[in-house]
Structure formats: C-alpha cells, structure tokens
Design a protein around this ligand. Structure first.
Ligand code: FES
Length: 113
C-alpha cells in the first residue's frame, strides 16, 4: 500500500520540462523531473561529473543536460550518455491519482556522500 511510498505532492507542482528539488534531512537532495511527455523521474541532485545541480539542467526527452559542463544524463538510469562515464543514483517513484510518491526506503536513510 502507500505506506511504503512517501507522498511528495501534486504533479502540478512541476511544470513539464522542468524539475523541483526535495530536501531530505541528513540525505542527498533529490531532484524530481517531469518531462514534456509527463513522465516523472527522481535522481540524486548531483551530476556524476562534478556534482552540478541536475535540477537546473535542460530536460529533453528522457535526458537532462547538466548546467555546468553539458553532460547528458539519462533520467531513467542516471547514467551519463555518449562518451562520458558516470552514474547518479535514481530513486524509484510513481504517480497515482495526480500525486507523486517516492519509494520511502530509497529516500530515508540515504546518506550524503
Ligand atoms: S558537473 Fe555536470 S557536466 Fe560537469
């Protein structure tokens, strides 16, 4: 049931093609992305290159381009695309009846690097 999921708000809080951040006490900040096709993804808000804020990047398709040095990061897998190497942790999420949920166990207890 939804007890395993953390309600993080209504989908309308995120404009399509952008992201919002979710501060988690004692943990890494989470970036929640909404694509132009209304798909939702949650990643730790640190680029695998030099920890740029992915939430401020440009979303295109299922990819975000980091605002610092333009690496392209897959929103599905967290992996750097093309010739770049690196991976940022993803957080399982779902949308139900217009509300967004993160998998609680993937958020609570996550420690900052
Ligand atoms: S910090 Fe993201 S591309 Fe360099």
């Amino acid at each position: 049931m939804i007890g395993d999921w953390l309600d993080i708000g209504h989908v309308d809080q995120i404009t399509p093609g952008t992201a919002r951040t979710l501060p988690v006490v004692g943990s890494d900040e989470i970036a929640v992305f909404r694509t132009l096709k209304n798909e939702f993804y949650a990643l730790v808000n640190k680029c695998p290159h030099k920890q740029g804020p992915l939430s401020q990047g440009i979303v295109h398709g299922n990819v975000v381009t980091c605002p610092l040095h333009n690496w392209n990061i897959s929103l599905k897998t967290g992996e750097a695309l093309g010739e770049d190497n690196g991976c940022v942790p993803t957080v399982p999420m779902k949308v139900d009846a217009g509300r967004m949920y993160l998998l609680r166990s993937a958020v609570v207890g996550r420690r900052a690097a």
